[in-house]
Design a protein around this ligand. Sequence first.
Ligand SMILES: [Zn+2]
Length: 448
Amino acid sequence: MLTRLGEQIEVAALKASPAGSARVFGALPPGALAALQSARFKKTLRLVAERAPFYRDAFRRLGIDVSRISHPSQLGDFYTSGDDLRREGPEAFLIGRAETAFETTGTTSPVPKRVLFSNRELNAMGSASAAALHLMGLRRDDTVLSAFDCSFWVSPAVARSALQYIGCFHVEAGKIDPLDCYTHAAAYKPNVIFGEPSWMIRFSQMAAERGTWPVKLLVAGGENIAESARAEVERVWGAPMLLNYGQTEAFGSLGLECLQKQGYHRNDLHFLFEIDRPDADGYGELVYTTLTRDVMPLIRYRASDVTKLVEEPCACGLFAKRLAKVRSRSDEMVVCGMGNVGPWVFEEILRGLAGVGDEWQAVLSNNGRFDVFELRVEAEVGGRSEVGGAEALDRAIRANVKERFPDFWKNLQMGLYELRVTPFSTGSLRTGRKLKRIVDERVLSDLQ
Ligand SMILES: [Zn+2]
């Protein structure tokens, strides 16, 4: 009964305008949401157990009878990980016909995770995002400039779909040099700007030096941002900058900030969220199950992000509950101005360099405006008298970044982060048994 009511409300909401749909979702009684989630979860679980080889085999091996499961938590310690996606490939997870694909790169491995979708899913996500953007203040008479990177990334596609529902004017720059983009943008004077946080910081600095125009909203996604940097962007434009929290595997948005900026309002209609092994404060790795996917559903997918579920109502009054700001990655990958960077990235950068040993460490900090990566390398760069040893190493490393990681090079050229190379003498880096390869020293409290 509650499930039916929930479904009817959602059908009505999706047919309504973004404004209407945001209103209708707000009318969903609390029990109806849980009933709707449960019904959708059971349907998804039945479908993957029947059709997706990865889940069918895993459930058989573990003796899981899906007809007895009504909540993901009843699946014990069964999870789906990014490694599963990479190892098995998307085909092992398919239950329906795919019409498009997106990729997520640069995590803990050079192999991208590929995720497949249908156009129906794209439209559903676009419609839900349109309602969320309406709540952020986006309207039909606004002019949007998007600088999201279009290369295999899901966000520009979802944004484009959402903006069609809103019906506003929209121009797409792709992720180009901030100064270049500024020159083009000045002709459109967009009052809403989409982009990655580190790009947005550089773009705003260009605008601060050259002149701004009236902007009402900045929407950023794809990485975290220090609150001091956010404050600077907001000061330049005199407008709020709100963050989207998403993953390609989730098809865009898991949650979106409101003007309170106290966590992300979560997308409970499309996902069931859990926290794995929460600590005393409720923080642990985020795990989510997709509820509405008909191509490549994911059951208990490990997000690799540490956060907590916030059940208390938000001061903004919005019905949707929240995810707290992400504290850190649960693996060694860091999301920063350089991009999504794992230890393998630096191994690849250092590969084949003369005089460079196996010991290295990359230390990430933030100077209040940019992320700064200091790459500490044990290397024989010659004695003090040998001028240019350290500089030659620096040049060789930069040449490898340029040749082997064009995206990271592009971000460096755009000034989205700084790269410093510090040579260390042999044997001086490793003090314990294990050398932590990537050390994230960015002040956590500033990111929260
Ligand atoms: Zn709120």
